[in-house]
Design a protein around this ligand. Structure first.
Ligand code: NCD
Ligand code: ZN
Length: 335
């Protein structure tokens, strides 16, 4: 049987939530990933040293073993330097949300006034704290990410020593932006390597494919595939796996978020094999992230095998992407 081994998989953009949902989803990621960047958009958001420490403890209590590192993040506000110095040792990045742009982002940034942000962003540059950005404006839904490119330019050129990660990119414009500034990097989800808008609303409306940023055009999908498959050194895998209870997805007013944590490695194997690029998957799933973030995850070896695997209809009360569908790769073992 054909197999493929991945070492120390990392998920550089993950929503673990809290409470019962955290207990349900954290073990699924901890099983097959060495570590994950954990998003801070709880209610209320993770924004103090105590919040980070307590949330990390709850995450560790929810995972069955110690071979999983939650890389903690703080919800961006215009923090002062003294505060950032006091928390730098406890976090891996700070996540910036434009106010109201996605789930639980109401307390985000409402105006991108560079001078207002300068003290915080200069302190982050000095302390080598990366800035992860949800890059969408409040414009027309298909144009939101492309419209945000001017803000990325502003941030990247004003703070050349700040590592800026364009999170979950979905457009050719974002792919092109990577080449324009040395300090811009990106994460890419697995669902954005598979879906276009057609898979969300082209036929019947598919709530489990609906997320922010929304899947775009075929040419955007092609641009994302080209840099992911070559494992461009400035891109890394970030699932943006965002669990919502089934009733919040299959309802009038569907919450944004696609749940992929337990199926991401299998789907990535399928995509990379399809394009004959399996050899590049290790860089995309771990090595690039280690280089970009300067992190050194605990050893974990995941062996996948090529055989039919039917994606479960549910993981507790969360419906994954492609629920009930058969795919070609399965996890054989984890050590
Ligand atoms: C995320 C969530 O549910 O927290 N939703 C999503 O559609 N991706 C938030 C986010 O990353 O935008
Ligand atoms: Zn997210």
């Amino acid at each position: 049987m054909k197999t493929h081994t991945l070492l120390m998989p990392l998920d550089m953009h993950l929503h673990l939530r809290d409470g019962v949902m955290l207990e349900n989803v954290a073990p699924l990621t901890a099983y097959s990933f060495s570590g994950a960047i954990v998003m801070p958009n709880l209610v209320p958001p993770v924004s103090t040293l105590e919040d980070i420490q307590a949330y990390k403890k709850r995450i560790m209590a929810a995972v069955p073993n110690d071979f999983f590192e939650p890389y903690m993040t703080l919800f961006y506000k215009n923090y002062d330097k003294a505060f950032l110095e006091s928390v730098a040792g406890e976090l891996t990045a700070i996540k910036l949300y434009p106010a109201g742009i996605t789930t639980n982002s109401e307390g985000g940034v409402s105006s991108f006034d560079i001078e207002e942000m300068r003290p915080t962003l200069e302190a982050m540059s000095a302390l080598n704290i990366p800035l992860c950005v949800h890059g969408e404006t409040d414009g027309f839904v298909m144009d939101r990410e492309a419209e945000f490119m001017s803000i990325y330019e502003l941030l990247a050129s004003n703070f050349p020593d700040l590592k800026i990660i364009m999170e979950h990119i979905t457009t050719k414009e974002a792919v092109d932006m990577l080449e324009k500034h040395d300090n811009l990097y990106a994460t890419i989800t697995v669902h954005h390597l598979l879906l276009t808008l057609d898979d969300v609303v082209g036929g019947m409306m598919m709530p489990h494919n609906f997320c922010k940023p929304i899947a775009k055009r075929p040419q955007d999908l092609d641009a994302l595939l080209s840099i992911a498959l070559e494992a461009h050194p400035k891109v890394m895998f970030g699932s943006d796996s965002a669990p919502h209870p089934q009733e919040k997805k299959e309802s009038c007013g569907c919450a944004a978020g696609v749940f992929t944590a337990p199926i991401a490695l299998q789907l990535l194997c399928e995509i990379f094999e399809q394009y004959n690029k399996l050899d590049n998957l290790q860089a995309f799933i771990s090595d690039n992230a280690q280089n970009i973030y300067g992190i050194c995850p605990e050893f974990k070896e995941v062996i996948l095998e090529k055989r039919a695997f039917v994606i479960p209809e549910h993981y507790s009360n969360v419906v994954p992407m492609y629920a009930g569908q058969a795919i070609n790769w399965a996890i054989a073992s984890v050590d």
